[in-house]
Design a binder for this molecule. Structure first.
Ligand SMILES: [Zn+2]
Ligand SMILES: [Zn+2]
Length: 442
């Protein structure tokens, strides 16, 4: 690409981005009301969710003002469980994990079971920079919207709302899946904020991810008096980091390898005897991920050989790519295009990863992203996105995504043919893999 066309593409990228300060109200992109399933029930869901707006926004801002790291979401646990109890839900505190929780509602008998997820954790130093405060209230909104429709139209079914800890790097949902938290759910729904076009919901996938920690053990020495006596673990980790930088040129643009260097008791006057590299490897599919991991491991071993440092590799924390259930996605798409905005496949969390990806391999599930306005280069995991996640527009879009997902859940409860399609599309051996345990690739 020439530098001229690169500038043009940068401009078009910025033009498409819904930016802070643009107060345009999103409009439905392709209204064909005759394609909507039960607009009367959808209306009930919309009224119920908008009727709860003030309480939901207050709850979100409360969580936003009290950011907590993964598995430490005690404030959020208390706030969400109190909220759900207030609405009469059956609540299990500290459900399977200390900061996980479950709120259930059942109406009638022999109905299908809709699972919903509310994330809670924030990022070190920069608060709710992934907008999980919005994901949390989306789960609550979807559940309460569904309940309103089930009661008004006497629709049998059950809702299981799970408060899921530690999405950021610690894979809370994979742990909950292993512990059986998703058992009994017929489908599972959640959503996530991201930058994107005005009023858009993204139905794209996300990357499979493997976390690898490599530790080098060398030998300390006086850095001036007798450096030849040392084996430099810092050199080893720097070489490993640079090997990965060289490898990156030969990786597809869809792949990601990134990490940070850590060390203890480092001082400039001593040859460091320890160093650690925490690395994430990501690729669009699990097969491509495993191929890339093998190449990254060679980068680590080369650094060990060059420096004579011992190497210790720990491969843990795998999450799968997101397998969006197409029937569920089509229903969200119908609702969005008819009533609220547009659909895209380019933005969202496409190049990131989520522990919900592993959930989508185990049951029919959907994890759309919804756009919220932010500034250029102010996407997820930036301080600017933390600000974006607290705005009025972000909350409005969160409620819109919640209505679309609740409407989709409602159809699962009431339309046998639709549910048959949902389960048929999920019944694909590639999607029914076991929950990943520790993987050994060396
Ligand atoms: Zn994140
Ligand atoms: Zn996130």
């Amino acid at each position: 690409m020439s530098s001229h066309s690169r500038v043009e593409s940068q401009h078009s990228w910025i033009n498409v981005l819904w930016q802070t300060g643009d107060n345009t109200t999103p409009a439905p992109k392709d209204p064909h009301p005759e394609t909507l399933y039960r607009p009367d029930i959808l209306q009930t869901i919309e009224e119920a969710i908008y009727g709860l707006r003030d309480g939901l926004v207050a709850l979100s801002l409360e969580i936003h003002a009290h950011p907590e790291l993964g598995f430490e979401e005690h404030y959020a646990h208390a706030a969400y469980t109190k909220f759900m109890k207030k609405y009469g839900w059956h609540v299990r505190e500290h459900h399977l994990l200390d900061t996980a929780w479950e709120a259930t509602f059942e109406h009638g008998q022999r109905g299908r079971v809709i699972g919903v997820n509310s994330e809670m954790d924030a990022l070190k130093g920069i608060g709710h920079a992934c907008g999980h405060n919005l994901i949390g209230i989306a789960g609550v909104a979807i559940s309460l919207g569904l309940r309103a429709a089930m009661e008004k139209y006497d629709i049998p079914g059950k809702i299981i709302l799970l408060g899921t800890p530690a999405e950021e790097g610690l894979d809370g949902k994979v742990v909950l899946l292993e512990k059986g938290a998703y058992k009994g759910m017929d489908v599972c729904l959640m959503c996530h904020p991201a930058p994107g076009p005005l009023g858009s919901v993204n139905l794209g996938s996300s990357l499979a991810r493997q976390r690898i920690t490599v530790e080098y053990k060398g030998h300390a020495a006086h850095a001036a008096l007798s450096p030849w006596e040392g084996k430099n673990a810092l050199d080893a980790v720097v070489l490993a980091y640079n090997n990965i930088s060289a490898l990156r040129q030969q990786l597809k643009p869809t792949h990601r390898v990134h990490g940070i260097i850590e060390g203890t008791d480092w001082e400039a006057y001593t040859i460091p005897e320890n160093a650690k590299l925490v690395t994430y490897v990501r690729a669009p599919t699990r097969t491509e991920l495993q191929e890339t991991v093998k190449r990254v491991l060679r980068c680590f071993h080369a650094a060990s050989l060059a420096t004579g440092c011992q190497i210790d590799i720990d491969i843990f924390g795998q999450t799968y790519d997101l397998r969006q259930n197409q029937a569920l996605g089509d229903e969200v798409s119908r609702i969005m295009l008819n009533k609220y905005g547009s659909i895209d496949y380019e933005w969202g969390i496409n190049s990131a990863s989520t522990d919900f990806g592993t959930v989508t391999y185990n049951l029919p599930a959907l994890h759309p992203s919804f756009s919220i306005p932010t500034i250029p280069n102010g996407g997820n995991h930036t301080r600017q996105f933390t600000e974006a996640a607290a705005t009025t527009q972000a909350h409005e879009q969160c409620l819109v995504a919640s209505i679309a997902l609740a409407g989709t859940g409602l159809r699962v409860l009431t339309d046998d043919d639709f549910y048959a399609e949902v389960s048929l599309l999920a019944f694909n051996p590639a999607r029914l893999q076991k929950v990943p345990k520790r993987v050994t690739l060396i």
